[in-house]
Design a binder for this molecule. Structure first.
Ligand SMILES: *Cc1c(COP(=O)(O)O)cnc(C)c1O
Length: 386
């Protein structure tokens, strides 16, 4: 396969342990739904994260869909979701027939604005209107959302909080009411992705975590076609084929062993970019609130002067040097699939999309490569100045 970029955005880092565990699958012939790695991976993941139960899934999207299902989200329900996220966050609610209510981001973390969530829920309460069936918080690009006010208002009205932590494995809270907690372990359900460009990968895969045993068991049951124990093919509801394979779980267990190292690398890369761009007037650094410990999954900046499409110019300049950069998510309210949905606010998300740029952030990025990226960004942004 042709390599399009010398320095790609984010590629997997597979180490010797991955080879060993995957070979074990070959040797035992357990490559599919039977084999020891799925349960080992689930236990190790839950322990590492500080969650009680973990259910391995075929993808992060599958985990999110199962989460919606076990939270009871159904046709006719509404679910609050950020307009600034990857489409999978929103699709999960739609799979259940629910109507997503899109909510703008705030500039401090780029995540769903908690003030808007609180105001909307309180105003619905005052007007006697129905509340959302769930509030889905996404920890975008590895930066923890300001969760405490959302948890508080949701607790007041009995609304479950779902955390889409697909991009934020290893991110957490360093001070404040949630100090010491990892994202994904705080809401009723948390979901992770092990897609190829995420901080760790199983090829394709995801995980659902929760403190609630009954909920975890139901999710696991649904992920296995809701087939009842025994050999007579009885099913008690409509399930899915959402299980992770033993082969993928073998990869997952190996990647989990490497995860602390991967996270160190992401944070080291972010610190180097930060110090290179900090004094640059036209570059806004990614959010790093004092109370948070972001994972910097994809290091992303805002380059100002949106009217001139500077972000696209910088991306093209990097592309000419065979360096891959990527725009941030198009807000859902600006996509063809979701522009008919109602959206509360949207200006912050619009700006993130216009000005945002993710820079190469692979765990394996070398200092020499990173220096090339930094020089290219500095040159391209200066080039755009009058
Ligand atoms: C990657 C991602 C997902 C989906 O995960 P897959 O494993 O690719 O299905 C969901 N939500 C967000 C925010 C993501 O970035």
């Amino acid at each position: 396969m042709e390599r399009h970029y010398d320095i790609p955005l984010s590629v997997p880092c597979l180490e010797e342990n991955a080879r060993r565990y995957v070979l074990e699958c070959f040797e035992t012939n357990y490559v599919s739904s039977v084999g020891p790695f799925v349960e080992q991976f689930e236990r190790a993941f839950a322990a590492w994260l500080g969650a009680r139960h973990a259910v391995a899934c075929a993808s992060g999207t599958a985990a999110l869909h199962l989460a919606m299902r076990v939270l009871g989200v159904e046709r006719g329900d509404e679910v609050f979701v950020p307009t600034f996220s990857f489409a999978a966050s929103i699709n999960a609610a739609v799979y259940q027939g629910a109507t997503p209510i899109l909510i703008d981001s705030e500039p401090r973390t780029w995540n769903m604005d908690p003030e808007v969530v609180v105001a909307e829920i309180e105003s619905r309460a005052r007007a006697g209107r129905a509340q959302p069936k769930a509030v889905e918080v996404v920890h975008i690009l590895g930066c923890p959302a300001e969760l405490a006010p959302i948890l508080e208002v949701c607790a007041r009205y009995g609304i479950p909080v779902l955390e889409d932590a697909a991009e934020a494995l290893g991110a957490g809270y360093s001070s404040g009411p949630l100090a010491g907690r990892n994202v994904g372990t705080i809401g009723r359900v948390g979901c992770f992705s092990f897609n190829g460009n995420k901080v760790m990968t199983t090829g394709n895969g995801g995980m659902l975590v929760t403190e609630d045993q009954a909920l975890a068991e139901r999710a696991r049951h649904l992920s296995r076609q809701a087939k009842l124990p025994g050999s007579d093919y009885d099913h008690d509801e409509v399930g899915y084929n959402y299980r992770l394979s033993n082969l993928a779980a073998a990869l997952g267990l190996a990647q989990l062993e490497s995860l602390p190292k991967f996270l160190d690398a992401k944070r080291r890369i972010a610190a180097r970019y930060d110090s290179a761009f900090r004094s640059h007037a036209d570059v806004v650094l990614p959010p790093h609130p004092a109370w948070a410990s972001p994972s910097f999954w994809l290091y992303s900046i805002l380059v100002g002067d949106a009217a001139n499409g500077r972000a696209a110019l910088v991306r093209d300049a990097l592309g000419r040097r065979r360096i891959e950069a990527r725009p941030l998510w198009r807000p859902a309210h600006k996509t063809r699939a979701f522009r008919g949905l109602s959206c509360i606010g949207g200006a912050v998300a619009d700006r993130l999309f216009r000005e945002g740029l993710s820079l190469p952030s692979s765990v394996s990025l070398t200092e020499v490569e990173q220096t090339r990226v930094i020089e290219a960004v500095l040159e391209a942004t200066r080039g755009g100045q009058p």
